[in-house]
Design a protein around this ligand. Structure first.
Ligand SMILES: *Cc1c(COP(=O)(O)O)cnc(C)c1O
Length: 405
């Protein structure tokens, strides 16, 4: 450290804050270091001023830019933009909701209009329906599989069309090329929450989306131990999103960024296996006498099976499966309670298979009539398939359906 006073004359406290530290090694470490510093040293005042003014690249303060956090955002951008001719950039956030709220605030203003899928994540729905409405942003919620319905509500004020690649719990697949066409004609941005797919299944920017957002808490991190979010877009759009992030402040912590970055190394391995197991699981439960319906795009009976085949990587249809047992709410809850390999818990995308009774958890605010309209049976149980042996999961679910376990 250039300003370290020697021993001798400096006082005890000066010496204490100037102790020897690890050097930057000449050899490249085979693991990315974690940079926890919130502030960076400059040799000159001009250098400091230049970085703050953006006259040259560099780091000054961690809420603005941070190397470990940027590495995670750039890594997701590399995965989401793999098939694109032009470079896309990423921004990381403290959570998926931080990414979604910052993107929506960056792309709208008072008087703006948003078209959103009716079946989006609950907090995204309430963000649009309650919080942003208070600031004069109006949202129409539509059946996103009905492109005519989307076109019918677009106005000259529409700034954002918001959907999810795969939606919860029916695993509805969005027609991304169709929505991109409508958005482009309207001069609006197509924002896609691709949490349920991950870039190992589908890369929405390749199909014309303008912004992809993720809850990195799910598949990207992959181990149910880190909360984070990320947005990927063109350099122009990401600069608007970055500017809003800096003002709002929901920055990802460097240690969390490290874990999320590490999780990405095994993303294709994990997701390919989870998807294959999910398809086998769905096929094994479909047609069981105690099962009315199984929702998974791998099944020919799924309304978007063919669309998924066009948009998704081969053989990968996502790893969430929703099972609709015959009977009512109590039958569904009892089915979940009898599972021994799958665990009753919220969230998805981790190594363990998780199960949740839909009507009493993620969709608890919907009335019986709303559930029916959304195609969610009172007993529906959603599975996030993990890394266990497929046959163990299938045997577990079959035994639970048969009243055993
Ligand atoms: C979990 C989730 C979110 C919210 O992400 P957090 O990291 O919990 O803030 C948003 N969208 C979808 C589809 C999700 O599954």
């Amino acid at each position: 450290m250039s300003h370290t006073p020697g021993s001798g004359t400096a006082g005890e406290h000066t010496r204490a804050v100037s102790l020897p530290e690890a050097p930057v090694p000449a050899e490249r470490p085979m693991r990315m270091p974690v940079h926890r510093a919130t502030t960076y040293a400059f040799d000159t005042s001009q250098g400091f001023a230049d970085v703050l003014a953006g006259a040259r690249d560099g780091y000054s303060y961690a809420r603005i830019d941070s190397p470990t956090v940027d590495a995670f955002a750039d890594a997701v951008a590399a995965l989401e933009g793999a098939g694109l001719p032009d470079r896309v950039r990423g921004q990381a956030f403290a959570s998926g909701m931080a990414a979604i709220s910052t993107v929506l605030l960056a792309l709208t203003e008072s008087g703006a209009h948003v078209v959103a899928s009716r079946s989006i994540y609950g907090n995204t729905h309430s963000l649009l329906d309650r919080l942003l409405r208070r600031f004069g942003v109006r949202t129409d919620f539509v059946d996103i599989t009905d492109l005519d319905a989307v076109r019918a509500v677009v106005t000259p004020d529409t700034r954002v069309v918001f959907t999810e690649t795969l939606s919860n719990p029916a695993m509805t697949v969005s027609d991304l090329p169709g929505l991109a066409r409508i958005s482009r004609e309207a001069g609006a941005a197509l924002v896609v929450d691709s949490t349920f797919a991950s870039p190992a299944v589908c890369r929405p920017l390749e199909f014309g989306a303008d912004v992809v957002v993720h809850s990195a808490t799910k598949y990207l991190g992959g181990h149910s131990d880190t909360t984070g979010g990320v947005a990927v877009a063109s350099p122009e759009l990401i600069e608007r999103i970055r500017s809003a992030r800096i003002d709002l402040g929901p920055c990802l912590a460097p240690d969390e960024a490290y874990l999320l970055h590490r999780g990405l190394e095994t993303l294709p391995l994990r997701v390919a296996r989870q998807c294959a197991t999910a398809s086998a699981f769905a096929a094994a439960l479909e047609g069981h006498p105690s099962v009315a319906r199984v929702d998974h795009p791998s099944l020919v009976a799924h309304p978007e099976h063919d669309l998924a085949g066009k948009l998704f990587d081969e053989g990968r249809y996502g790893a969430v499966v929703t099972v609709h047992p015959r009977g009512g709410r109590d039958d569904g809850m009892a089915f979940a309670d009898r599972l021994r390999v799958a665990t009753i818990a919220a969230s998805l995308g981790g190594t363990h298979t998780l199960a949740g009774h839909v009507a009493s958890t993620s969709h608890r605010n919907m009335t019986e009539a709303e559930l029916t309209a959304a195609g969610i049976s009172p007993g529906a149980v959603r599975f996030s398939i993990g890394l266990e042996d497929p046959q163990d999961l299938i045997d577990d679910a079959l035994a639970a359906l048969d009243g055993g376990n």
